[in-house]
Design a protein around this ligand. Structure first.
Ligand SMILES: NC(=O)c1ccc[n+]([C@@H]2O[C@H](COP(=O)([O-])OP(=O)(O)OC[C@H]3O[C@@H](n4cnc5c(N)ncnc54)[C@H](OP(=O)(O)O)[C@@H]3O)[C@@H](O)[C@H]2O)c1
Length: 163
């Protein structure tokens, strides 16, 4: 029978046991910070009861806004949010709105997707993956791209923020 578990989505369950191992390593001076990846809100809360968390890495991009509400809460706590699949990962982002905004700004859709993330919240750190030096240069240039309000409104309409 095929498994219904999606490896790109977090599964509920206590993370206390693996976290205890990391806390022990930190207490021995072998780790400076502890981060979490692919976790649920409950798991973040459980972890924060046990130890300071520096960073959370979950799937998030302009078209996949699960976890949207947490980002601001983590920003307020000074915790970094590192979205994995910022460009859609195995299914690169495809959106007519994204294309239209990119064309209006003389940028590429992927540059706009990265600029949207950078403007989404001050605690977002970007880790786009690429095997192409040309794409790497394009992605670095997205740091210089400022999205005007009308472009942001169009991009924010691509996917409803999850509650
Ligand atoms: N914590 C986790 O569970 C988890 C899960 C998945 C991924 N990650 C991490 O998240 C990071 C990003 O993941 P990812 O690389 O799989 O996904 P991604 O950054 O969303 O997308 C990478 C894809 O976008 C393409 N791309 C990159 N820049 C582009 C550009 N300027 N124009 C057009 N296409 C472009 C790449 O193709 P080219 O090679 O042709 O540029 C590649 O196909 C990685 O560090 C990965 O290890 C973490």
């Amino acid at each position: 029978m095929r498994s219904m578990i999606d490896p790109m989505q977090p599964a509920e369950g206590s993370i206390a046991e693996p976290l205890e191992a990391l806390i022990a390593l930190k207490e021995r001076g072998l780790l400076r910070h502890i981060d979490l990846s692919n976790v649920t809100a409950q798991q973040i809360a459980e972890a924060q009861e046990m130890t300071p968390i520096a960073c959370v890495q979950n799937m998030y991009n302009v078209a996949n806004r699960n976890n949207d509400a947490w980002i601001d809460s983590l920003a307020a706590q000074g915790i970094a949010w590192v979205p994995f699949f910022p460009l859609g990962g195995f299914s690169p982002l495809q959106s007519t709105q994204l294309n239209a905004v990119a064309q209006s700004l003389d940028a590429t859709p992927m540059q706009v997707a990265l600029a949207w993330l950078l403007q989404r919240a001050p605690n977002i750190l970007l880790i786009p993956g690429t095997s192409s030096p040309h794409h790497l240069r394009e992605n670095m240039a997205s740091l210089q791209l400022t999205l005007p309000a009308d472009a942001l409104a169009k991009l924010n309409a691509i996917a409803a923020p999850a509650v």
